[in-house]
Design a protein around this ligand. Structure first.
Ligand code: NDP
Length: 478
């Protein structure tokens, strides 16, 4: 065969990825279960580069140069297993199967193990950036063996987005499921970022009394500063958009029930398993699910609450500045939590993930791309052993400077009755980490009382139990 890479699964993602490879000078074998899609690709875009269309799996495999590299871009879950079962018998040791779908990292670990026995490299790759990213340069998060990256990396580096300094937005994340794990956390952080921006919008609307157009303008201003990011940019676009049918702001005619495909939920489920407090991401997932409970919301509409007090122009402008501070501080916290989860996953599965490299490849191509990620990369590059992003001196200073406004905003949300669970959870996390003493001591006392679960002491080693039902003397249990 002559094709350096093959793509099977030619729906929007696979088609655009294949075109991206072809536009970068690679010969690309293309295949799809339903052959009509393959023909459409060739008819529509065949002149963009060198494609080798294949109708059958055998034809597809024969079109690839050795060691073969084939990317699966089909619906995640059972379809991915079906496609692997179809192709694996046609491959040879040393060949590389790449799954670019949104797989759960546990599935990737299983598939990698199974194929390793046959000498086939299985590489789970997280791809972010949607269909536009796939075509023009996504952020690519490959797992799998180091050996497979030696063969695959140069191709991925060619088609990946480039950060402002020219670095390709891809790197070997770590073995087996590491790439899909990092993609999952990326999506969790994306949920948190979106929620925080939505809360900022809601507060500017309900408390400052701004129109969607005025909020769009405010966000455009923020986007020239430290909050410079793709999500703030598109939020301004959405807010400035007018519905053609009614002439109303677009945001006012969209049903306020947010949907989800599930990767944010996975992030929280896995965080619970790993014992990592990702409260900001969890609040974002819960906020979406709460919004979807139409009957519950209808039944609660008349519950008592404060009447928001309208702000004067100057007061409103001052409040908007405070919201920017609250948004930035909360964003630092949600990235702190997300990177904690990446480090916990890396420790649990022995992946050796470099957090600075992760921040680096999120700088372009993906949904959470932002100027801010350059700062995270710099923090980890200069201090690889950083226990938390909040321990970075610069972030700590920035949060210190933002905290008065952040606290004022969270207090206002409570007083005015406008929900801001993301801002509030981020602040609670920050204050809990700062606390010299936590009420966890009392929790341990309660657990020892009802369940003899024992506790540790601040002044001596060992575990202890108090005879709560007896004379309340203390015994050492270990
Ligand atoms: P879809 O998830 O809609 O999947 C459609 C493709 O899967 C078609 O090519 C279809 O073939 C194929 N397929 C489905 N079932 C089978 C099966 N049993 N055997 C063989 N082929 C099958 O396509 P997308 O392009 O949206 O996404 C592809 C992957 O990329 C998914 O895993 C998705 O989660 C992931 N992803 C998507 C992003 C996005 O923005 N859309 C972003 C990042 C990742 P046929 O034409 O024959 O029906």
């Amino acid at each position: 065969g002559t094709a350096q890479i093959g793509v099977t699964g030619l729906a929007v993602m696979g088609r655009n990825l294949a075109r991206n490879f072809a536009r970068n000078g690679f010969t690309v074998a293309v295949h799809n279960r339903t052959a009509a899609r393959t023909r459409e690709l060739i008819e529509g875009f065949g002149t963009e580069g060198s494609f080798v269309p294949a109708e059958s799996a055998e034809e597809f495999v024969a079109a690839l140069e050795r060691p073969r590299r084939l990317i699966i871009m089909v619906k995640a879950g059972d379809p991915t297993d079906a496609v692997i079962e179809e192709f694996a018998p046609l491959l040879e040791p040393g060949d590389v199967i790449i799954d670019g779908g949104n797989a759960h990292f546990a599935d990737t670990r299983r598939r990698e193990r199974e194929l390793r026995e046959a000498g086939i490299h299985f590489v789970g790759v997280g791809i972010s950036g949607g269909e536009e990213g796939a075509l023009h340069g996504p952020s690519i998060m490959p797992g799998g063996s180091r050996e497979s990256y030696a063969s695959l990396g140069p191709l991925l580096e060619k088609i990946a987005a480039k950060a402002p300094d020219g670095t390709p937005c891809t790197t070997h994340i770590g073995p087996d499921g590491a790439g899909h794990f990092v993609k999952m956390v990326h999506n969790g952080i994306e949920y948190a970022d979106m929620q925080l921006i939505a809360e900022a919008y809601h507060l500017l609307r309900e408390v400052a009394g701004y129109s969607p157009a005025k909020i769009a303008e405010t966000f455009r201003g923020w986007n020239t500063g430290r909050l410079d990011s793709y999500l703030i940019e598109i939020t301004a676009e959405v807010l400035a958009h007018t519905d053609a049918a009614t002439g109303q702001p677009f945001v006012d005619i969209v049903a306020d029930r947010a949907e989800q495909k599930g990767t944010g939920r996975w992030t929280v489920q896995i965080a619970l398993d790993l014992g990592v407090p990702v409260s900001g991401i969890a609040e974002a997932v819960f906020a979406r699910s709460l919004s979807g409970h139409a009957e519950l919301r209808a039944a609660s509409r008349d519950l008592p609450g404060p009447t928001p007090r309208p702000l004067g122009d100057e007061e409103a402008a001052r409040f908007a500045d405070q919201v920017e501070q609250a948004l930035y501080a909360s964003k630092i916290v949600s990235y702190t939590q997300g990177f904690h989860q990446i480090q916990a996953g890396s420790d649990a599965y022995d992946w050796g993930i470099d957090p600075g490299a992760v921040a680096s490849i999120w700088r372009a191509g993906c949904i959470i791309r932002a100027a801010f990620l350059d700062r995270i990369r710099a923090a980890y590059d200069t201090q690889p052993e950083l226990p938390s992003l909040l321990s970075d001196k610069q972030f700590a200073e920035e949060i210190g400077a933002a905290q008065d406004d952040w606290r004022a905003v969270v207090a206002d949300t409570a007083r005015q009755g406008v929900p801001a669970p993301g801002f509030a959870a981020a602040l609670a996390y920050y204050d809990a980490l700062r606390a010299r003493r936590l009420p966890a001591a009392l929790t341990q006392g309660q657990r020892d009382f009802f369940g003899a679960h024992t506790y540790r002491r601040t002044d001596r080693d060992g575990s202890f139990h108090t005879l709560w039902g007896g004379d309340r003397s203390e015994e050492r249990t270990g």
